[in-house]
Design a protein around this ligand. Structure first.
Ligand code: SAM
Ligand code: SF4
Ligand code: SF4
Length: 338
């Protein structure tokens, strides 16, 4: 295996793969309904990477340190026969850790069992509220959340545990933080509070909408005793245990505590563009390297060059004197996969 470093001496280990840019939700922070309506042009089916191509990229990148893959989107469960992709990533590309993030609305006990049997290592479910009326505002769906709660229990039964992502939008779902903790207090869950990020150009992000991890921590610790858990060196979250209960909580503080200096991840869009930062405005097209099989299109060399040249640290520089946040055309979360 070749260990490669970028210009800030960071390794490559983790690939997040968006397998579709479509979704059955319209979360206000990701695909606001007014911008992702019937006029929005999604990727055409014949522009999507095939499962074989995704597996080929993963197998190649494994030679450069790839250990972990997360399937995401859009909503990954909108793609058919996901078990074939999972199987190929785990058993053909031999990726150590294959996980998935989903809104959970299409998970069933049966498909979870099939995913596990084919090699999926874990599932993260996004859930921003337990209230039907707040879900309607945040996720813009007629509540599917009872299905999501069922899915959470199925994942715990089958995998032993589950991570839940909750994006907190100041003034919208703050009131759901404590109910979410109460609901999951004695389940084997890691409930992760994610600071609302300025990804893409459509969500009209302003700092005022961010409820910081510190404020969420203060709220929770006023009610529960928290005990610090160990965080791995390259972890993007800070973890705590709710004392005397099974629930762990974690804070992902991309806005107030950026983790760029340890960022070992790249992203692959559904149409085969590789991005070296969540806030990139430009991806590197891998499709010629997958489809034109001749000596000028060597995927290994191309990836090595891309990673060696990488110097992204958007979150760290977000509030710097020369703001790069004014850069235009940042790609959308639903396209790049979070
Ligand atoms: N549809 C799947 C889901 O929602 O879990 C997977 C894709 S979604 C883009 C991946 C994760 O990104 C979700 O947990 C979602 O809550 C989070 N996310 C989306 N937009 C965000 C934003 N602007 N700030 C913070 N997290 C965001
Ligand atoms: Fe869909 Fe996930 Fe984006 Fe919500 S966060 S709109 S569920 S892709
Ligand atoms: Fe990595 Fe870019 Fe996020 Fe920094 S802003 S942690 S470089 S993806």
């Amino acid at each position: 295996m070749n260990i490669i470093k970028d210009r800030l001496n960071r390794n490559f280990e983790y690939l997040r793969i968006s397998i579709t840019d479509k979704c059955n939700y319209r979360c206000m922070y990701c695909m606001p309904k007014d911008k992702f309506g019937s006029n929005y042009t999604f990727l055409k089916k014949n522009h999507l990477l095939t499962y074989e191509e995704i597996i080929e990229v993963s197998q190649t990148l494994k030679n450069y340190g790839l250990k972990k893959i997360r399937l995401t989107g859009g909503e990954p469960l909108l793609r058919k026969n996901l078990d074939l992709l999972i199987n190929g990533l785990k058993h053909h590309a031999q990726i150590d850790d294959v996980c998935m993030t989903t809104n959970g609305s299409l998970l069933t006990r049966d498909n979870i069992l099939i995913f596990k049997k084919n090699g999926l290592d874990s599932i993260t479910i996004s859930l921003d509220s337990l209230s039907t009326s707040i879900n309607k505002i945040v996720n813009q769906v007629d509540s599917a959340h009872h299905k999501v709660i069922d899915a959470i229990d199925h994942v715990i039964n089958i995998f032993g545990k589950v991570k839940i992502n909750m994006v907190v939008i100041n003034g919208v779902n703050n009131s759901e933080i404590i109910p979410m903790i109460e609901k999951f207090l004695d389940k084997n869950i890691e409930l992760r509070f994610i600071e609302y990020m300025d990804v893409g150009e459509t969500n009209d992000w302003v700092m005022h909408d961010v409820l910081t991890s510190q404020k969420i921590y203060d709220l929770i610790s006023s009610k529960y005793k928290l005990e610090k858990l160990y965080d791995k060196k390259d972890s993007t979250s800070e973890k705590w245990k709710i004392k005397e209960h099974m629930l762990d909580i974690a804070f992902i503080s991309s806005i107030t505590k950026p983790f760029c200096s340890d960022c070992n991840r790249a992203r692959l869009s559904a149409d085969g563009k590789l991005f070296t930062c969540l806030f990139s405005d430009k991806g590197y097209d891998l499709t010629p390297y997958l489809r034109k099989k001749d000596k000028y299109y060597n995927l290994e060399n191309y990836f090595q060059k891309i990673w060696n040249n990488r110097s992204d640290q958007y979150s760290k520089l977000r509030f710097s004197i020369k703001p790069i946040k004014n850069k235009k055309n940042k790609v959308e979360m639903s396209y790049i996969g979070g």
